[in-house]
Design a protein around this ligand. Structure first.
Ligand code: ADE
Length: 247
């Protein structure tokens, strides 16, 4: 996969992309990430990327020309692509959307600032607008990092054991179950017996049950009662909390 990121703060990406899974995936050739400084696509002496909005209202708006120049250079150089603008007005980022985007061969991520970018760039170049939550950050860089991290860990080979990404929270619209490691007793709290009895069927059942209970308690809106098996809808604690599926 190829990911191009267009930003006025390229240095922000150095730490997060040079650590952990994203770094390993780049070194392994699973993903190629390139950061582009939008100012390199300006043509004036001051390398101006923004201007005041027509109609007033304060703040600044990214001018369309440097963005168009940058996008055209990225688009013409690579084959099929998807251009994503990170904005609080975008579609909420979910695991489903992340899974979907992880199948794309080439993503171009556009990081805005100030009041945003000239609307004509959205119309002409942007295929998808994505928000990482209902709050406003000072720019699209942190959201772009979040999106890249969420996507890269899904790419085959990025995580040693691919199954561990497949069993993440949200892969089945369920939160994750509790996990334990040594010591067997910590601060007087023992690890649940089921996890040390070596019965893998029972362990799998226990984990699924815990995931359902945790989801019912914390995020009941995620639980689709119709999708749960008969055994699982028999979990009375979860049934009490989970809303009826809409008819
Ligand atoms: N830019 C600023 N805030 C944002 C958010 N919540 N999601 C995506 N991009 C943003």
């Amino acid at each position: 996969m190829q990911i191009d990121i267009l930003t006025i703060f390229p240095e922000m990406f150095e730490g997060p992309f040079n650590q952990s899974i994203v770094e390993k995936a780049q070194k392994a050739g699973i993903v190629r990430i390139r950061i582009h400084d939008l100012r390199n696509f300006t043509e004036d002496r001051h390398r101006t990327v923004d201007d005041t909005p027509y109609g007033g209202g304060g703040g600044m708006v990214f001018r369309p020309e440097p963005l168009a120049r940058a996008l055209q250079s990225l688009i013409s150089a690579e084959g099929p692509h998807r251009t994503i603008f990170l904005t609080p007005e975008g579609r909420p980022l979910t695991q489903r959307l992340t899974n979907h985007l992880s199948l794309e061969p080439h993503l171009i991520l556009l990081c805005g600032h100030y009041r945003g970018i000239d609307e004509r760039i959205r119309t002409l170049y942007v295929n998808e607008e994505v928000s990482i939550g209902d709050y406003v950050l000072s720019g699209g860089e942190l959201p772009a990092m979040v999106l890249v991290d969420a996507i890269v860990r899904l790419l085959p080979g990025a995580i040693g054991n691919f199954e561990s990404a497949q069993s993440d929270s949200f892969q089945e619209d369920l939160l994750d179950c509790p996990w334990y490691t040594r010591p067997r007793v910590f601060e007087g709290m023992p690890v649940p017996d089921v996890l040390v009895n070596g019965n893998h069927r029972e362990i799998a059942r226990w984990r699924r049950r815990q995931a359902i209970l945790r989801t019912a308690e914390r995020r009941p809106e995620l639980l689709d009662r119709e999708a749960l098996s008969e055994m699982e809808t028999e979990i009375p604690e979860a049934r009490a909390i989970t809303p009826e599926a809409p008819r």
